[in-house]
Design a binder for this molecule. Structure first.
Ligand code: GLU
Length: 281
C-alpha cells in the first residue's frame, strides 16, 4: 500500500454520542473508511458532542470500542495537546466556534432571535415544516432593530433561501451542527465528507457558511440510511438497534457491506472493493 503521507485526502467519521452505534452508523463509518482508505487518505474520528443536552459521556467509550471491534480504525489527529487518542471533541472547541461566529456576526448575516419552539408552534398557519422535520423559521425576528439580550434564545443565520437556521442556542451556549461541522471540516482539512443521506438538507446551510468564511467546499457523498422493517430510520436512542458484540460482529460487517453494495453507485463499489477485501476479510 502507498504511503498515506503522500496523500492529502482526509475524511472523518463524526458520531454524536447520543446512544450506541447501530447498523446505520456502521454503514456510514464503513463507507467513510473505505472511501478515504481507497484514496490512500486518513480518517479522523470526531465526537460531535456539541449538543450538551443530548450527548452523554458514557457513550463515547462505547462508540470507540464498537468501531475498533468492527475494524474501523481511525487515524490519530496530530494535535500535541490532545491526549485523548487523537480524537476531536466538539464540546472542547467552543472558543474556536466562538471565534468564527464573531466573524459571521461582523458580516451582518446573523440576527438575534427570541423565539422558542413553543412560541413558533403557536404561529398557526405560519408554522411550516422542513423536510428534516424542523419548523421552518417564519422570519419573525429577522428584521427586528433591537432586542433585549437577556431574552434572546438564539443566534440565527439569514439564509438566502429563507431557511434562517440556528448558529448558536444562547440558552445553553451550544453551537449548531450546521455551523460546527463546517468549522471542523475546514480545520481538519477534510477533503471528502461521507455521511447519512438524512443530512442532505444541511448542504445549503453548510455551503452558505463556507462561502462567507472563505472555506473550500469539500466533496460530499451521502449514504442511504438503514431503515427498519417499518421503513423508519434506525435511531441511536432505540436500545434495540444497538450493534452487538462477539459472534455478531462478523455478521454486522457483512450486513453493512451488503447495504452499501445494494445502495451505492456501482462505480463507487468498484473503487472501494479492493480496500474492503484487504481490511474486512
Ligand atoms: N453527528 C452526526 C450524527 O451522529 C453526523 C454528522 C456528519 O457526519 O456530518 O448523526
Amino acid at each position: 500500500m502507498d504511503n498515506p503521507a503522500n496523500s492529502n485526502a482526509c475524511g472523518r467519521f463524526a458520531p454524536s454520542p447520543t446512544g450506541p452505534l447501530h447498523l446505520g452508523s456502521l454503514v456510514t463509518a464503513m463507507a467513510s473508511y473505505l472511501d478515504i482508505k481507497s484514496d490512500n487518505g486518513r480518517l479522523w474520528l470526531r465526537i460531535e458532542d456539541s449538543d450538551s443536552q443530548r450527548s452523554k459521556a458514557n457513550f463515547i467509550g462505547l462508540i470507540k470500542q464498537q468501531l475498533i471491534d468492527h475494524g474501523i480504525i481511525w487515524d490519530t489527529w496530530p494535535n500535541p495537546d490532545n491526549k485523548k487518542e487523537g480524537v476531536i471533541y466538539q464540546s472542547e472547541r467552543r472558543r474556536i466556534y466562538s471565534y468564527f461566529m464573531h466573524f459571521l456576526i461582523s458580516t451582518e448575516r446573523t440576527f438575534l432571535c427570541s423565539c422558542t419552539r413553543k412560541s413558533l408552534l403557536k404561529q398557526g398557519d405560519l408554522t411550516e415544516y422542513l423536510k428534516s422535520g424542523e419548523i421552518k423559521y417564519p422570519q419573525i425576528c429577522r428584521n427586528r432593530k433591537s432586542g433585549n439580550l437577556s431574552h434572546e434564545k438564539a443566534l440565527r443565520f439569514k439564509s438566502t433561501d429563507g431557511d434562517d437556521f440556528v448558529i448558536r442556542r444562547l440558552t445553553t451556549g451550544d453551537f449548531s451542527y450546521a455551523f460546527t461541522v463546517v468549522v471542523d471540516d475546514y480545520l481538519q482539512g477534510v477533503t471528502k465528507i461521507v455521511r447519512g443521506d438524512d443530512l442532505k438538507f444541511t448542504i445549503n446551510r453548510n455551503r452558505q457558511i463556507q462561502a462567507i468564511l472563505g472555506f473550500p467546499f469539500p466533496k460530499i457523498l451521502h449514504v442511504p440510511v438503514v431503515r427498519d422493517s417499518n421503513g423508519k430510520k434506525l435511531s441511536k436512542a432505540d436500545k434495540h438497534s444497538k450493534l452487538r458484540g462477539g459472534e455478531f460482529i462478523k455478521k454486522q460487517i457483512i450486513e453493512s457491506w451488503t447495504h452499501l453494495r445494494e445502495n451505492m453507485p456501482v462505480s463507487w463499489i468498484e473503487k472501494v472493493t479492493p480496500t474492503y477485501e484487504t481490511f474486512f476479510n
